[in-house]
Write a protein that binds this ligand. Sequence first.
Ligand code: FAD
Length: 415
Amino acid sequence: MTWQRVVIVGAGHAGGTAAALLRQYGHERPITLIGDEPIPPYQRPPLSKAWLKGEADADSLALKPPEFYPENGIDFRPGVSAVSLDRTDKLVRLSDGSNVAYDLLILATGARAIPLPVEGNALSGIHFLRTAADAEALKAQIGPGRTLAVIGGGYVGLEVAASARALGAQVIVLEREERILARVASRPLSDFFTDCHRQHGVAFELGCSVVGFQGSGGQVTGVQLADGRVIACDAAVVGVGAHPNDELAKDAGLECARGVVVDLDARSVTDPDVFAIGDVAHRPMPIYERMFRMESVPNALEQAKQAASAITGRPRPPGECPWQWSDQYDAKLQIAGYAFDVDEIVVRGDPADGRFAVFHLKGGQLQSVEAVNAPPEFMMGKQLILSRRRVDKTKLADPAVSMRDVADTSPETVR
Ligand code: FAD
């Protein structure tokens, strides 16, 4: 290949992986990895889990040891932000005043936590959880005798709730919808995790709207609800979603749609010399025949592979079934696929046993599976989603039938 300099902006899961894969796939030219955090690329999932509980640190979370970067000729520049892109002269302008020239650019800037635009939101003790520094600050606020208000009953908020209970804190989850995980999961899953958290002593306020924070001496002391009640707390964590860091791309004239719009090679649809991967990318997902943005480690890894393959002239990786996971107490949730336009739900197993799966079907084909402590259901579900085979609903609902035997074997079942 004639490509010379690859510059990667964003040293997170996707950016760090792309740098390593480029070397693994034989790219011998310069690679610069620019990250605004002070440490090398690391895994974020443990931040809400092991890290908060003191079971992980920066070393154990690192994707690669620090020496990996110099040893592999990767010019890793921590603690510096890309502030603008000049696509005409092919330069990335950095916050330290310097410029880096590129032949190919990979944007891997991830996403950031969405703030709550309410009164009192600048009080001390109100946290977000996106970085290792955020996790460290939050950890210092959690412990016996303290009350943590978790605003937003999504995966990150619920994982924080579980970790905080493990550390002996009182926890209350405040959720705007009538059920937790309402935007991302089925009702049986929401009900299961609500029960699970209640059994571990977590309190819930559902269908409530947070309108402000109260404080004393600059420190948060309570969360004000729209109905006039104030929920007392010693600290709060806001987990109401994330927004892609796509401003650099937008300002440089790259097409964005809440994320940089890319093709199957993770290449910008506007500029063939720019790629976007991970949480910041709005990407095609052929099995659903649509484009969307995903926030998951498997997606970051897959897109790093797509970009590195395209750059080094390797074949495009085969189409994947997107997946993600969440760990709360002893429940291991694995989700494959997305429940688009679903017309039927099949539950296999009994949530009361702590092991079950919820299958989402569209026209008899599996679109998505949510599996709790049920690896075979997850693994086979993933394969069935990819194969687009119809399933036999009666067999699927029966845990006594092996997951290997739930595909409908009639010839017209492949779309
Ligand atoms: P990130 O890992 O966020 O990396 C982006 C990097 O770019 C960051 O370091 C950012 O600071 C940097 N950056 C941004 N702008 C600039 C700039 N202008 N200049 C330089 N650097 C910049 N996924 C799962 O699949 N399972 C889980 O259980 C799970 N748990 C999670 C728990 C938490 C608390 C969080 C926050 C996320 C979790 N995720 C989970 C999501 C997963 O971590 C992300 O999808 C993944 O990290 C995305 O990788 P990325 O490289 O796109 O973004």
